[in-house]
Design a protein around this ligand. Structure first.
Ligand SMILES: [Zn+2]
Length: 125
């Protein structure tokens, strides 16, 4: 179960980046999106030609217990917290790369090659 020198080097680089993000602790799950609206009142600017819609309104949404939860943000908050959402995405990418290294290590383990096709683990003597 030895990692290759390349895998070790990649893991070190991942650890450095993970640590830098964790130290800042500026991590936010979910996404921040903006939307504009048209109220539809006759004569409103949103119904003019060309239309000038209301907004943009900024919303942070995330999943909590499999349900989407939203919170409105000011434009300043949206700008401040966008990088936090990007950090969260980066953390997930880095974890996925670590998992890929682990998966490659198992796949390369000579002890498991003979069992790869079998559905059940071999019985230990
Ligand atoms: Zn309107």
């Amino acid at each position: 179960m030895a990692l290759t020198p390349t895998q070790r080097a990649e893991a070190r680089s991942i650890a450095t980046e993970l640590s830098a993000i964790a130290r800042r602790a500026e991590v936010l799950p979910g996404s921040i999106t903006s939307r504009v609206t048209h109220c539809g009142r006759p004569g409103c600017r949103c119904m003019a030609d060309p239309p000038r819609p209301h907004g943009p309104y900024w919303q942070w949404t995330r999943k909590v217990a499999a349900k989407t939860v939203g919170r409105w943000l000011t434009p300043e908050e949206a700008a401040d917290y966008q990088p936090w959402v990007a950090n969260d995405r980066r953390l997930r990418e880095l974890l996925a790369r670590l998992e890929a290294i682990g998966t490659a290590a198992v796949e390369a383990d000579p002890r498991s090659t003979r069992r790869r096709a079998s559905r059940e683990p071999r019985h230990q003597p």
